[in-house]
Design a protein around this ligand. Structure first.
Ligand code: DGL
Length: 268
């Protein structure tokens, strides 16, 4: 079972990639919709939530964990790894940095939550990986609510995107990392606001790295269940999210309500 978790439904962009790139593998998803957004919360709180999400996935039999959230990847990867005790953990930031470094002419923009931008994780990882590449970050706090409210195709989304991307256009970026797992849902709006700029989707890169790992570790891959079963849990549920989730994944999705508070007991 591959476990994925996010603050809300945005991590389903990563689940969608698992379905596409690794068809047949069973998955369990947890979206912490009751406590979304994470992007404006303090690192301490995000770390605590990330540990609870990890316990929840382990208690549901996850044998590999994907942190399907840039904010948690930026701020809590070490905590998730420590908690996962040997279960391999995949995060979304480094695969995106590697891809951006490979395709850019030298000017990369990163759009993300405030938490991710303030963590400086993209600037630091790029400096270590490709020191000549300049990275310009832009927090886009309105994007997550637009996506969670199913407003990605509304004209308001286009004008907000235009506003957020103006500073990056002025910096003449040639590549743009969609540094939040919700943002691929706004891909066409973002592409219009950044004409001629190459978009990097961390969801695609992360699942590609998981796929490589499975290929390089065939014994481990053989131990993962493969019955095309998928479970989706959220910490708060409304009929609206049920519909959105099914639309995004292009299949009927049954979201089930679950609490993460007592997951630790279950995972023991
Ligand atoms: N989807 C999350 C990310 O990738 C953030 C959304 C939120 O602010 O909770 O950063």
């Amino acid at each position: 079972m591959i476990g994925l978790f996010d603050s809300g439904l945005g991590g389903l962009t990563v689940s969608r990639e698992v379905l596409r790139q690794l068809p047949g593998y069973d998955t369990v998803y947890f979206g912490d919709t009751a406590r979304l957004p994470y992007g404006s919360k303090s690192p301490e709180v995000i770390k605590r939530f990330a540990v609870q999400g990890t316990d929840f996935l382990l208690s549901h039999g996850a044998k590999a964990i994907v942190i399907a959230c840039n904010t948690m990847s930026a701020l809590a990867t070490d905590e998730v790894r420590a908690r996962a005790k040997g279960v391999p953990v995949f995060e979304v930031v480094s695969p995106a940095v590697q891809r951006a470094a490979a395709v850019t002419g030298g000017r990369v923009g990163v759009i993300a939550t405030r938490g991710t931008i303030n963590s400086n994780v993209y600037v630091e990882q790029m400096a270590a990986h490709a020191p000549k590449v300049k990275v310009h970050g832009q927090a886009c706090p309105m994007f997550v609510p637009l996506v969670e409210e199913g407003m990605a195709r509304r004209p308001e989304a286009a004008s907000i995107a235009n506003e957020y991307l103006r500073p990056l256009r002025l910096r003449k970026i040639d590549t743009l990392v969609l540094g939040c797992t919700h943002y691929p849902m706004l891909k066409s709006v973002i592409a219009k606001a950044a004409p001629g700029v190459r978009l990097v989707d961390p969801a695609q890169e992360t699942v590609a790295s998981l796929k490589r790992y499975l290929k390089e570790n065939p014994k481990f891959a053989a131990g993962l269940s493969k019955t095309d079963a998928h479970k989706f849990f959220v910490s708060d549920l409304n009929p609206h999210s049920q519909k959105l989730a099914s639309n995004w994944l292009g299949r009927d999705v049954l979201l089930q309500k679950a609490s993460v508070e007592n997951a630790r007991a279950l995972s023991r």
